[in-house]
Design a protein around this ligand. Sequence first.
Ligand SMILES: [Fe+2]
Ligand SMILES: [Fe+2]
Length: 133
Amino acid sequence: MLPAPPVPPLPESLKIGIPSVDDEHQALLDHLDSLMHSTGGTLDVSDFAESLSRLNRQLIDHFTSEERLMRTLGVPAGEFARHIDAHSQVIEQITQLSFDLMKRKRISRDQVLAKVKVWILGHLTEYDLLLRR
Ligand SMILES: [Fe+2]
Ligand SMILES: [Fe+2]
């Protein structure tokens, strides 16, 4: 197997400007990138559950630190509530996907990657960039 190409650094357009958050986002994008360069047309429990559970832990840790930070930034209450709700939904969905994979449901690689992309990149652009001010 060819080594995965190097991961590009987080573009300025995706930076919040808070180094601890940007570093965690970089790590999440690296994870997404490594999944995108994994091989195989279908993902099942044997080749993917481990990676998904690592991603789950990584996301839970990240969301926890991001929420702690938001409390110190004075984010408006409505935005704060929506953002926390979005974090919960991501964790719910990733847990559901883990169960589906455990039940040996065959899920295509593209379907999984599309979901992971929404959880990481979609969430970053829709919610996290609002913290940039
Ligand atoms: Fe977030
Ligand atoms: Fe984030």
